[in-house]
Design a binder for this molecule. Structure first.
Ligand SMILES: Cc1cc2nc3c(=O)[nH]c(=O)nc-3n(C[C@H](O)[C@H](O)[C@H](O)COP(=O)(O)OP(=O)(O)OC[C@H]3O[C@@H](n4cnc5c(N)ncnc54)[C@H](O)[C@@H]3O)c2cc1C
Length: 232
């Protein structure tokens, strides 16, 4: 029976980018994806590479900032290996600060001024009397990003089993030995669960997950990426 060094459950942007990073280190990798790789949250995302401290949970700030810094190099490598343009942009984001933000950072508007009046940047929003600021953030096309990651993973020799749902993580003598699927099983001594919103559903270690935006009282924080023709 074929064995891999690592099996990754889930072929979203997290599973695919981890698979590429492991292959670069000489590790054999199988990604098991129940549908088509890159078709769930990674397909729906807006592509904002956000690390603004006022809306990043403090515990994630260092990670978010490091990740935003690493993105240009990550994207450059993916584009090189896949031949796919992922449309990375650095036009930044228009962010509408709430009264709470302005209380916390009274100089926000002068510290992060818009590069042009709001009605020039986004005419449809110009009539809004809101505290608009400009964040120096990048963005990518998330669908192009996952397509590029999939091509780059294949190019690097990552094995991908799509249309195959993992039903359980297999254990023997208290150690991981592989994953079971609806039709068969795959063998590896290391399993990484990258099943995103479904990560908690895999026996034997199930855990509850909760939708945040639908169920929790998170303040509405309007933000939008600038489109390139609006700023030169
Ligand atoms: C509407 C929307 C907008 C967003 N906008 C942004 C944004 O602007 N910026 C940003 O940084 N983030 C954004 N996000 C969040 C971002 O999309 C996610 O954080 C990211 O895509 C998560 O990637 P993932 O690989 O963990 O999950 P996913 O892309 O969901 O991948 C998980 C994969 O696991 C597979 N899977 C699940 N269960 C199994 C199983 N049992 N067996 C095999 N495979 C399985 C699924 O089919 C799926 O392909 C947004 C999310 C949404 C929904």
């Amino acid at each position: 029976m074929q064995t891999w060094d690592v099996i990754i459950i889930g072929g979203g942007i997290i599973g695919l980018s981890l698979a590429i990073a492991l292959r670069k280190r000489g590790v054999t990798v199988l990604v098991v994806e129940r549908g088509e790789p890159g078709r769930e949250a990674s397909h729906a995302a807006a592509g904002m590479l956000a690390d603004f401290p006022l809306e990043t949970p403090p515990v994630l700030q260092t990670l978010a900032t490091a990740s935003a810094r690493m993105y240009p190099e990550f994207v450059h490598e993916l584009q090189d290996e896949s031949g796919t343009n992922v449309d990375v942009r650095d036009q930044g984001t228009i962010f509408f600060a709430t009264p709470e933000h302005l209380r916390e950072r009274p100089c926000l508007i002068t510290d992060c001024p818009l590069p042009a009046p709001l009605d020039e940047l986004e005419p449809a929003l110009g009539h809004l009397n809101l505290a608009a600021i400009h964040l120096k953030e990048r963005s990518v096309d998330p669908r192009a990003l996952t397509a590029a990651a999939l091509k780059a993973a294949r190019h690097r020799g990552v094995d991908i089993a799509s249309g195959t749902a993992v039903t359980e993580v297999l254990l023997a003598d208290g150690r991981v030995i592989g994953v079971g699927t609806e039709r068969s099983s795959y063998s590896a001594p290391v399993i990484v669960n990258c099943a995103g919103a479904w990560a908690g559903q895999l026996p034997p270690l199930q855990f509850p997950t909760h939708p945040r935006t639908a169920a929790s009282p998170i303040p509405y924080r309007p933000r939008m990426s600038l489109s390139p023709p609006r700023i030169s």
